[in-house]
Write a protein of this length. Structure first.
Length: 420
């Protein structure tokens, strides 16, 4: 069987093409069943996210045209429309690809962890659909183990590389344990949602979302067991906020020095960490003059992000070395499958010779022959039977001058090891 990995991703195709080949969750099971009807396909899994649609397939021959044609037909696209955007890997290149993807090395944000969960979900759905066989099962289990190794042995996911991640990372420098603190998030856009997600993952005690449209704030707050308020309620709630992160489209500051100063007095000068991601700024610059306030702007975050990017790129080099070794490890296992039938046939032949020799010995014992003599004859007979065919073939190889076979036989039978 040949392993294939093909499809499109954010590196090979624009978003309008990626949208056309996405597999909605409610179509995935039917798609897998249909794919398995291709004559050459024996195993399959489909990974479909906003950034990639990738198929991992086991085919019974080296041709990939049948599955690529199925991919086109399923999405009603012509070769001209789709093929310029396709990537296509086979065997070791396919293994390397899935290991890199699962480890976050092929992601839009280097080292992001979400893709591993998405691949696990794809594997579980393919398995439930009966589309996973021996080789893909082993490949995905190997992939999960390698991704974990990369996370454990490198710093691929440790450093911030997004504004949201950088903001939360800075907050942890001020508050070592965020689980004891409350965050006030101003705005309800994508960046604030990512901030909320990171804070929630870090175990923040409470999230308050303030937004001009309270309904949108409620939608976001609900995702993270938080509370929604209007912008007008911010001054009254500042006393609760240990962490304030703001990102709105307002043309005027939302939070002024006076409101923060009053909140600090009510808090008895317990520190407040603030990040103003907005441009124009949501928080008056003069707020930074107050004691017990740690105010960062988007420019401050860029320095943190650049440091994180460099750190992740260095970690990525280490991860690539791990993956290279693990590709070799998996391909070795794959090659070992080719020996299974040969080993089984050789073992069956040996068992047959053993049974013949044993039955002959049992008949001799039953006739009253000396047991010691029978045992000796059994040992000689079985040895001769087992080595007869290999001996015949070695003699023939020597006669024909096939010295490479003689050399391989010494390695196969461990004769060189015995001499050492």
């Amino acid at each position: 069987m040949t392993l294939l990995a093909f499809g499109i991703n954010h590196k090979t195709a624009p978003v309008d093409i990626r949208e056309k080949v996405a597999f909605p969750p409610d179509t995935l099971d039917a798609a897998l069943q249909d794919l398995l009807t291709c004559a050459s396909v024996s195993e399959a899994a489909i990974v479909s996210t906003c950034n990639r649609t990738e198929l991992y397939v086991g085919v019974d021959n080296e041709s990939d045209q049948a599955v690529i044609e199925w991919f086109r037909n399923f999405h009603n696209l012509s070769a001209k429309e789709l093929d310029p955007y396709l990537f296509n890997h086979s065997e070791s290149a396919a293994v390397q690809h899935v290991l890199r993807v699962a480890s976050g090395l092929d992601s839009l944000v280097l080292g992001e962890p979400q893709i591993l969960g998405q691949i696990k979900d794809a594997y579980q759905k393919a398995s439930a659909a009966g589309a996973i066989g021996q080789q893909l099962n082993r490949l995905f289990q190997h992939t999960f183990a390698v991704a974990k190794q990369v996370r454990t042995e490198t710093a691929i996911g440790a450093s911030p590389v997004s504004v949201a991640f950088a903001a939360v990372s800075l907050s942890k420098q001020i508050f070592a344990d965020v689980s004891e603190h409350t965050a006030l998030l101003i705005g309800a856009g994508e960046t604030i949602e990512l901030v909320a997600r990171h804070l929630h993952e870090q175990g923040i005690r409470k999230i308050i979302v303030a937004n001009r449209t309270v309904e949108r704030a409620q939608e976001l707050a609900h995702l993270f067991d938080g509370e929604a308020i209007a912008l007008a309620d911010i001054p009254a709630r500042l006393i609760e906020a240990d962490i304030i992160i703001s990102s709105t489209a307002s043309q005027l500051p939302i939070l002024g020095k006076g409101a923060v100063e009053r909140a600090l007095k009510a808090r008895k000068h317990r520190p407040i960490f603030m990040v103003d991601i907005a441009v124009p700024r949501d928080i008056e610059p003069e707020v930074s003059e107050l004691n017990d306030v740690y105010l960062y702007t988007v420019d401050d975050l860029q320095e943190v992000i650049e440091e994180g990017r460099q750190s992740r790129e260095e970690a990525a080099k280490q991860a690539e070395e791990i993956i290279e070794n693990q590709v070799d490890h998996f391909m070795g296992w794959l090659r070992s499958l080719e020996a299974v039938d040969t080993i089984r046939a050789y073992r069956q032949q040996a068992v047959h010779l053993r049974e013949e020799a044993l039955q002959h010995a049992e008949r001799q014992l039953a006739s009253g022959k000396d047991p010691q003599q029978v045992m000796g004859e059994l040992a000689r007979s079985l040895t001769n039977k087992l080595i007869h065919q290999p001996t015949v073939q070695l003699n023939r190889a020597a006669y024909e001058g096939r010295n490479e076979l003689l050399s391989q036989a010494r390695s196969l039978f461990g004769l060189d090891e015995e001499e050492n």
